[in-house]
Design a protein around this ligand. Structure first.
Ligand code: GLC
Length: 716
């Protein structure tokens, strides 16, 4: 009898309160609850601000370690000591990937994932928890000093590349940090410039990449930006953080400040800043107790002015992030400077370099070329250390000269002349031009490598710089008298290809018709010289497409014609509203030098047989793409949609999807793409809602935003 009773009791216990296994999330939350309950207020506050240059506080007593962060978006940065001094006792070399704008120029989201995976793996190997990237700020002016780190003028391309980049990082068990939230589109007065922007532009242009990073890529951390938006600092902005980020989007991770972007304790406590990094308060002796979210926050809680629940939510988000990256458990090992990572760098460079113009000079037939003149300081310059916080101690960096020498040095004679000098005088050097002309005169082909640089002195931030944090370019005039050099060289040798480094366009009108070929190389990373050589000599067929419009002249850009850049009196008005980039050039009929989405190939792609149909939610596109040239290649098919009947002024066309198709010579493929009808909505400021207006739409398939190959009109 006894046993029966026991069995019965056991069955009853199991039967009547059959509790399901707690989910991982529930387990995590209960662990967090337990930790928070054990913490003193001082220990909680200690987690809300920096404990060193790149760490935020832990609680040793409870086994909570510091959270360790590192820049940057295209490689794990120098190893800094706790007080910012560089730690020269460790090998902090890393894979120096092509910068963000080059990655975006690949239009290859799979590559975006692999790029993120390299970053995550290398960050893990270096003992970091958070890699401070991707930078997704929209390129609204070519002058912004940090465009090289960012992705595009278009929110959809930016979004797609960011999502896979973040997944790549976080699948390695490391947190990504999408930045800088939001409207940090210039460096001039970045620490406090107040951005005025329409709600429609905020929603349609500046927020989308952050929204998908949170809602689709599940990014663990977000970094607030330095600037204000509509009068309040973005890092502790009631509307941006409480209403949108943590409200509408349901973000459960942590919002950290940019370094010294917190300016108010009460706002930081109440408007969602979870960690304050860097500080303007006490430099150079950093007293972390003087941070806004340190002693003054402690006092505000103790006085009851702000409830402790506000602090608990911040601590919860920090601990959640730690659990999500296995901070408390044994981590799988990372890896750094591997050949696989370097191969990713090479592939991103090869697919991101853009062939802008080519009148039958490229690819160079090396068997018919005896002497190749390489001209230009950027043919021998290394860039990895420059640009500001995104700097990398590259394991190596192949320059164009080295790449060309390695590929064809045994087949042709290669000569070199610097052609211009990088000095603060920033003017042409006649003697150097004359020497370059002599070199060019005696060559079968000239490869002239110029464009922008980061900093005059890579170890010096900002100041006399071009593509760098803390400064914007003053104009789009090529520095160091390069225009004069190009004209002089092209005069003596018609077989001149111009290769441009940099985070954006230069004015080309003085020589664009004088040279047969132009390549945009961006900052192509450690394998850039090899990638460039592979493209120049046809080992690789270029497939890059511009992620931003290259205007004929600066004032043609909407931020400079309709809007303000960089504004004045610490105010900047985004008067162009949603008409950013090609949305402006196409709608206002301004011809660019090279259009958004433009990029040539050594082969020919033919589009045909477009069939479009739709159901309640989706447009279905089917078409044929064939490679009718003699070499294998990849085409980025872009799908734009034009709303032909709308109650508000909408852009002439907007990118809604794209795909990169690799085809052998002679190969054809049937491609199927979808466009969600939801993506055709616009943000109506009258109703403060996203709205879809039925009517006539045009579906445009193109090889660029201005090279439309197939179209279909639909009534939706
Ligand atoms: C910088 C940059 C940010 C970087 C941070 C840490 O000021 O704006 O992108 O991650 O500080 O270096």
């Amino acid at each position: 009898m006894q046993k029966l009773v026991v069995v019965a009791l056991l069955l009853a216990a199991v039967g009547c309160n059959q509790t399901k296994e707690p989910s991982n999330t529930e387990l995590m939350e209960s662990k967090i609850d337990s930790l928070i309950q054990q913490m003193t207020l001082e220990e909680k506050i200690g987690m809300l601000h920096a404990s060193s240059s790149f760490t935020s506080g832990g609680v040793e007593r409870l086994g909570i370690p510091e959270l360790v962060m590192s820049d940057g978006p295209h490689g794990v940065r120098f190893e800094h000591g706790r007080g910012w001094e560089r730690d020269l006792t460790v090998d902090d070399s890393a894979t120096y990937l092509p910068t963000g704008i080059c990655l975006a120029s690949t239009w290859n989201t799979d590559l975006g994932y692999r790029y993120g995976a390299v970053l995550g793996t290398e960050a893990k190997q270096r003992g970091k928890d958070v890699i401070l990237g991707p930078g997704v700020n929209i390129i609204r002016s070519p002058l912004n000093g940090r465009n090289f780190e960012y992705l595009s003028e278009d929110p959809y391309l930016t979004s797609r590349m960011a999502v896979d980049y973040i997944k790549g990082v976080q699948d390695q068990g490391i947190a990504a940090c999408v930045k800088h939230y939001v409207a940090n589109n210039q460096e001039t007065n970045r620490s406090g410039v107040n951005v005025t922007v329409s709600e429609q532009a905020l929603r349609e242009i500046y927020l989308p990449a952050f929204k998908v990073s949170v809602m689709e890529a599940n990014v663990h951390t977000v970094m607030g930006s330095y600037n204000k938006l509509r009068g309040q600092y973005t890092t502790h902005n009631e509307y941006l953080v409480n209403t949108i980020l943590k409200g509408e989007w349901g973000f459960t991770g942590l919002l950290m400040s940019d370094w010294a972007s917190v300016h108010n304790t009460r706002e930081a406590l109440l408007n969602g800043t979870d960690i304050e990094m860097g500080t303007e308060l006490t430099q150079p002796t950093i007293d972390y107790n003087k941070f806004y979210l340190a002693d003054s926050a402690l006092a505000m809680i103790k006085s009851g002015e702000v409830p402790v629940s506000v602090v608990d939510d911040k601590v919860r988000r920090i601990l959640r992030t730690m659990f999500r990256i296995n901070k408390f458990d044994e981590r799988t090992p990372g890896a750094i400077n591997t050949t696989e990572h370097q191969q990713v760098a090479l592939q991103v460079a090869e697919e991101g370099i853009v062939l802008l113009k080519n009148d039958n000079l490229l690819p160079i037939a090396v068997d018919k070329t005896k002497t190749i003149a390489v001209i230009g300081d950027n043919a021998i310059r290394r860039h990895a250390h420059g640009g500001g916080s995104s700097q990398v101690n590259a394991k190596y960096e192949i320059t164009p000269v080295e790449g060309i020498q390695k590929l064809v040095g045994d087949k042709a004679t290669i000569t070199f002349a610097p052609g211009y000098e990088v000095t603060r005088a920033n003017k042409a050097n006649k003697k150097m031009i004359a020497a370059a002309v002599e070199t060019a005169k005696n060559a079968d082909v000239v490869i002239l490598v110029g464009g922008w640089i980061h900093n005059y002195d890579p170890s010096v931030w900002g100041g006399f710089a071009f593509d760098s944090e803390a400064v914007d370019k003053q104009n789009t005039t090529m520095p160091f008298g390069q225009d004069e050099l190009i004209k002089a060289v092209a005069t003596v040798n018609k077989n001149t290809v111009v290769v441009l480094f940099g985070g954006g366009p230069v004015d080309m009108y003085q020589w664009i018709n004088q040279v047969p070929s132009i390549i945009q190389a961006w900052y192509p990373g450690m394998e850039g010289g090899n990638a460039l050589a592979n493209i120049l000599f046809g080992k690789t067929n270029p497939s890059g497409k511009l992620p931003m419009t290259f205007a004929k002249k600066l004032e043609d850009n909407p931020a400079h014609s309709l809007g303000e850049f960089p504004g004045q009196n610490w105010e900047v008005n985004y008067g162009e509203s949603i008409f950013v980039g090609y949305r402006y050039f196409d709608s206002y009929k301004v011809a660019p030098a090279f259009a958004f989405g433009h990029g040539l190939s050594y082969t020919t792609f033919v589009y045909s047989d477009l069939f479009a149909e739709d159901d309640e939610d989706t447009i279905y596109l089917t078409f044929s793409l064939s490679n009718e040239g003699k070499t294998a290649g990849a085409e980025v098919v872009q799908v734009y949609v034009a709303d032909k009947e709308s109650s508000v002024k909408r852009p002439e066309k907007e990118l809604k999807t794209f795909t990169k198709v690799f085809l052998e010579a002679g190969e054809s493929s049937t491609i199927e793409l979808q466009v969600s009808k939801e993506s055709l909505r616009f943000f109506n400021e009258e109703t403060n809602q996203w709205e879809f207006e039925p009517g006539q739409f045009e579906i445009l398939l193109g090889s660029s935003s201005r090279d439309i190959r197939l179209s279909e009109t639909m009534n939706l």
